[in-house]
Structure formats: C-alpha cells, structure tokens
Write a protein that binds this ligand. Structure first.
Ligand code: MTE
Length: 319
C-alpha cells in the first residue's frame, strides 16, 4: 500500500492494537469490503498533502482541573493513530489524507425542534462559547485507549443558546459530506455522511465537549478539525468529527456504525467492561504509547458523574 510506505508515523496498527483485536477487525473489514476504501486515497495526494501539513494555531483558553492527575498520551500518537474513515481505513492514513480538508469558512447548520435554527458560523459560535482545556480518558471500541488534553467548550452551553423545544429528545450530528474533499466517501464502507446521536440529556451533561483544539493548539484535521464531539464515557466512535449539522429530533437517530453492524455497535456505546463486543472482550484495554494494559473502568472512569443518566436502563440490551 502506498500509504503505508509514507513514514509519517513510526507505529503500525498491528504493533499497537492487541493482535487478536487487530485480526478480528481486519476480518470484519474484509467481510464488509472496507479494505477497498483504503485505495481511494490517491497516491499523488498522499505526498503533496503531507508536505502541506499546516502548523496548528495556538489557542487562548482557561485551564481546568479536569484530569489533572492523568498523563496525556504523546502528541505523535494522538495525531498519527486515527480513525477517520472519510480519509481511509488505516490508522495512519488520516494524518496524511485529511490535509486536503478545507476548514475555513466553517459553519454548523442547526435544524429541528429548536427556537433558534439556522446556519451558525464557527467564529460566531466561538465568540459566545469561551474555550477551556480538559484532560479526558479516550477509550476506543477496539480496546485501546489514550489520554487527551482537549480544548473546547461545553456542548450544553451551545444547546441552551439554541433553545430546544419539548419534542427534542435526541440530537443527530453529521460530518461534512463531500467526496471530493473526503475520498473515503467514494466507497460504501459506511453510509455517509458519518452520523452520530445522543439523547438530549446525555448531550447536556457537563462532561460533553465540542472540541476545537488539542494540546493547546487548534485541532489537527485528522483529529476532526475544525470542531468535533467529545463524550468521554462513551466509545470513541460516538466522538464525531468535522461536524456540519445538528438536528434536534424526537426519534432516536441511527448512527453510521449501527447501520453498518447493528449487532456490534449500539446507539448508547457506553464504555462497559461487563458487556463484551461480540468478537472481543471489553474488560481490558491497551494503552497506546506503552506496553501496558489496564482494566477498563465502567463508563471509562466517569461513573460517578454519569451513571445516574442510565438508572433503570438495561445496559446489556441498550449497549
Ligand atoms: N468521525 C468521523 N466523521 N469519521 C470517522 O471515521 N471515527 C470515530 C470517531 N469519529 C470517525 C469519527 C472513531 S471509530 C474513533 S475511535 C474516533 O473518531 C477517533 O478519534 P481520533 O482519531 O481523534 O483518536
């Protein structure tokens, strides 16, 4: 593969991911035809975009005590070991291929049951929503984890500014859909645009962030520039990148991963060591950048804050 020849990263997917998980995932990829998507990133783009990788802007933000005892994962892992299927299915391709994404100007269209629908320029959103830094654990459904210092603002503040109506029970989020800029969308690996959803009370939880930065700088394209969701107690796939649309709806939305493999990826996607993925255990995780593994914590360690959201919910059924 041409992408793999590029020495952007000194880590390979199978060196980091638990070998059995790696093999199972490749099996799934083969089964569903995802492998074909890797070839949609043209070779020429790979070299020209790698050269053009921009410096990230330094951000102004308030420091908080969130995660002050956690040691962030090295920046090279956070920015070169990515899942962003719009830019290929290997972990290393987004850091190269995503450089083609045009992130200015950027807006989020708000639709559905809200008093203030419309198209919001990112600059205007940021004027009303000051940035802060929070260090969160990040747990991928593939059983690896990182610790990431996000810069962003609480999603709840933005939601309050939009004034949802009484029928708004869920929020559906969508990523940009533009196969010219996002060559992975020329394949049918997932249904595009990438779509995710949260119950409105989950979305309003104070831990949920809209992130525009990481490590004190604007968020790199491969990590979801210019704005992405961060829900630290859920598996990484809920953390939708490069968001252009939010719809306030009455019915539970279908996420791209639920549509692709409903028995494997549920709507809730809460980190839960007691509910295994059908093909591997979720009770342990491999720490990226280290040879260690750790036991996975319920709700990724945020149980004290979020368990009450799921009182009376059968988490095995609603996985
Ligand atoms: N968002 C979009 N639009 N497309 C994707 O493929 N992958 C998800 C999530 N958000 C994805 C996405 C998955 S599976 C994970 S684990 C995280 O992004 C990875 O985020 P990171 O690359 O910043 O670590």
């Amino acid at each position: 593969m041409l992408i793999k020849k590029e020495k952007l990263s000194d880590i390979k997917e199978n060196e980091i991911t638990d070998e059995s998980v790696y093999k199972q995932r490749r099996e799934f990829i083969k089964k569903t035809g995802i492998l074909a998507a890797i070839s949609v990133v043209p070779a020429l783009m790979v070299s020209s975009c790698a050269d053009a990788a921009p410096e990230q802007a330094t951000l102004t933000f308030k420091k908080t005590s969130h995660g002050k005892d956690l040691k962030p994962t090295a920046i090279k892992h956070v920015t070169t070991y990515n899942n962003f299927y719009e830019f290929g299915t290997s972990k290393s391709s987004p850091a190269i291929a995503a450089q083609s994404l045009k992130i200015e100007p950027w807006s989020i269209t708000v639709e559905g049951d809200v008093k203030n629908p419309g198209k919001y320029n990112l600059e205007d959103i940021l004027k009303k929503n000051p940035l802060e830094e929070r260090i969160y654990r990040f747990r991928c459904v593939e059983a690896w984890s990182m610790v990431i210092p996000w810069v962003g603002f609480p999603l709840a503040d933005f939601i309050k500014q939009l004034e949802p109506g009484s029928k708004a029970k869920y929020i559906e989020f969508q990523t940009l859909h533009d196969p010219e800029q996002m060559p992975g969308q020329k394949s049918s690996v997932l249904q595009w645009p990438y779509t995710e959803g949260l119950r409105i009370d989950e979305a309003m939880h104070p831990l949920v962030m809209m992130a525009t930065g990481v490590f004190g700088k604007s968020i790199p394209k491969q990590n979801g520039a210019p704005i992405r969701l961060v829900v630290p107690w859920k598996y990484g796939f809920k953390n939708i990148k490069s968001i252009v649309k939010m719809r306030f709806v009455e019915q539970q939305p279908k996420s791209s991963w639920e549509l692709a493999a409903p028995l494997e990826y549920g709507f809730y996607a809460n980190v839960n060591p007691k509910v295994d993925h059908p093909r591997w255990t979720q009770s342990r995780e491999r720490i990226i950048g280290s040879f260690r593994r750790r036991k996975t914590d319920m709700f990724n360690g945020y149980a004290d804050e979020v368990a009450s959201l799921y009182t009376g919910v059968d988490l095995k059924k609603f996985f």
